[in-house]
Design a protein around this ligand. Structure first.
Ligand code: RP5
Length: 163
């Protein structure tokens, strides 16, 4: 098994089902990943420790996913100089808008690349991670190109929508 290049961390086990698309996309690109449940609020020291260890093992990019006051991606960005992608999750009353604001409203100098709320964002976190890694990895770059070519097929021009 290859050493993980992408570390996906979420704030709660309840977040894991929404992240399935992220793991599937990373698998599709052949990008090795690992997943952890570490809450920025509940286990802050474990999170800092984990980031240090993951960096030492060669993790190049972190994905943080959380709902409600989703501070996990921002705290990750405070702990590492490596790219951080933030996935806001729908945690209840505010439908994920709370987490979205948390993820995107980072102060200057502490960037988080925010994706869409929920499962669409989870998939795009996988795609974005692969595109970032593709800058330094020809095999991943070829798979990204192949995916784009595959996706480009299927435009339907001048169709009869009644048919
Ligand atoms: C966040 O609070 C988690 O990321 C999760 O989305 C939300 C609720 O957590 P649980 O109460 O399900 O553990 O920190």
């Amino acid at each position: 098994m290859a050493e993980p290049l992408v570390a996906v961390i979420c704030g709660s086990r309840s977040d894991l089902p929404t992240l399935r698309g992220c793991f599937e996309v990373l698998d599709r690109y052949g990008v090795a990943w690992e997943a952890s449940v570490i809450s920025a609020h509940r286990q802050p020291e474990a999170l800092a420790r984990y980031v240090r260890e993951a960096e030492a093992r060669g993790v190049k990019l972190f994905v943080g996913a959380a709902g409600l006051a989703a501070h996990l991606p921002g705290v990750l960005a405070s702990l590492t100089a490596r790219p951080v992608i933030g996935i806001p999750l729908d945690g209840g009353a505010l439908g994920g808008a709370d987490a979205l604001y948390s993820v995107v409203q980072m102060p200057p100098g502490v960037p988080v690349a925010g994706v869409a709320i929920g499962s669409a964002g989870a998939k795009n976190a996988g795609h974005l991670a692969a595109r970032i890694l593709a800058l330094g990895d020809g095999e991943v770059a070829a798979r990204v190109d192949a995916f784009r070519a595959e996706q480009a097929v299927g435009a339907e021009v001048a169709i009869d929508p009644r048919a």
